[in-house]
Design a protein around this ligand. Structure first.
Ligand SMILES: *Cc1c(COP(=O)(O)O)cnc(C)c1O
Length: 404
């Protein structure tokens, strides 16, 4: 237990981040408190001088939140972690705490919608130059990073097309340009890909996704070196206030305990679903990083230990056919969420990626036939049967078309 990195993830997630009270409870205590009291005025003074370690106020730190942070940091192999209210609070705090007027940020184009908005709309308002590149194009990265840059933001695999960015190559170029590399690792989860091992400086999560994984709470996390977290991020969090609620931290700590089981089972299901869809008439194309027909399969498997829980596919035809297939599903829910224990489908062109417009969608390969499937924990036989029901709805249409 002294060398926690010697433990495997499943064990680490049960035995790290435990700060038992004198009552000796088995499950983590929940400290639903906004503030803390001091033994005497001297202790309060020493705490504010930074000479004594004592919780002050839950906007700055809370024992339940700290236990969650310790557990996630142990899994990621990061020196430090700070939890935030949402994934977007994690992304925006990581960027805004680091960047200043006159700085430059380079980002991969295929970003989660709100991350794209922060880079393209918000940061330029504060005099920060933002540049987008095609994440799979190393020449484009090299050109964009040929001038001094403060920050790189990327997502791999990306949402929804599961494009892969070469972490090692981009981190090396970014560091030569003086940039800190921030990786949004939501799709891979900390189990299947650890960006810090490839040179990334900061990893961000929406804990709302796999870490909760059961559709209950919102949450986010930022992980990095102790020095960066304490000197750059923490003053920003402390004074702007995107703190995670201790209740949510408790729920997320319990989520981490079953993360390996859930992600392993969801990934197995996803691979089976991807294989079935790829072999089905009516499906034009399937994207799944662990399949040899993914355009960046070899790169994906250098960085990820498995293909993950998301499968993206395109039906033959357009929006009407995609909607027909989605509407025929009885088990798989229509939702814009992902990483949940229940399977969910999304039509990105009309929901999550509607606002970016047709040109940007075309640049990202998001056609009207594309469906993103977040694969859950259902028995795979039931999932496959439900998807066949969707495929049958496509086939009915094909037969009607042929008869017309
Ligand atoms: C969901 C998500 C976010 C935002 O997280 P919230 O918890 O919804 O704020 C950021 N990045 C990616 C890749 C996501 O999937």
């Amino acid at each position: 237990m002294n060398d926690q990195h010697a433990l495997y993830p499943a064990t680490l997630l049960l035995h790290s981040g435990i700060d038992r009270t004198p009552h000796g409870e088995t499950s983590e205590a929940m400290f639903l408190t906004s503030g803390f009291v001091y033994d005497d005025a001297e202790q309060a003074e020493a705490t504010f001088l930074g000479q004594a370690t004592h919780y002050q106020y839950s906007r700055f730190g809370n024992p339940t939140v700290a236990a969650f942070e310790a557990r996630l940091a142990a899994l990621e192999g990061a020196e430090a972690c700070r939890a935030t209210a949402t994934g977007m609070a994690a992304v925006s705090s990581a960027l805004l705490s680091h960047l200043r007027h006159g700085d430059r940020i380079v980002a991969s184009r295929a970003l989660f919608g709100s991350c794209h908005w922060i880079v393209s709309q918000l940061l330029p308002r504060y005099g920060i130059e933002s540049v987008f590149v095609d994440g799979g194009d190393l020449d484009a990265w090299a050109e964009a990073l040929s001038v001094p840059t403060a920050c790189v933001l990327l997502e791999t695999p990306s949402n929804p097309m599961l494009d892969i960015v070469d972490l090692r190559a981009v981190c090396d170029m970014a560091h030569r340009a003086g940039a800190v590399v921030v990786v949004d690792n939501v799709f891979a989860t900390p189990l299947l890909q650890q960006p810090l091992q490839f040179g990334a400086d900061v990893v961000v999560y929406s804990c709302t996704k796999h870490i909760d994984g059961q559709g209950r709470v919102l949450g986010g996390a930022v992980l990095g070196t102790k020095a960066w977290i304490e000197t750059t991020l923490q003053p920003f969090l402390r004074n702007t206030g995107p703190a995670m609620s201790p209740f949510n931290a408790w729920v997320l700590s319990k989520g981490l305990e079953t993360l390996t089981l859930r992600v392993d089972a969801m990934t197995r299901n996803a691979h089976a679903v991807a294989d079935m869809l790829a072999a089905s008439p009516g499906i034009a194309r399937v994207w799944y990083p662990a399949r040899a027909d993914h355009p960046q399969h070899r790169l994906a498997m250098r960085q990820m230990s498995a293909g993950g829980t998301l499968v993206t596919f395109a039906v033959e035809g357009g929006k009407a056919d995609a909607f027909r297939m989605m509407n025929a599903l009885e088990l798989v829910a229509i939702s814009n969420n992902l990483g949940d224990s229940r399977s969910m489908v999304t039509h990105p062109a009309t929901t999550t990626h509607m606002k970016i417009g047709p040109e940007e969608r075309a640049a990202l390969g998001i056609t009207d036939g594309v469906i993103r499937l977040s694969v859950g924990l259902e028995d795979v036989r039931d999932l496959l049967r439900d998807l066949r029901r969707g495929l049958d709805a496509l086939a009915d249409r094909g037969q009607r078309r042929a008869a017309e």
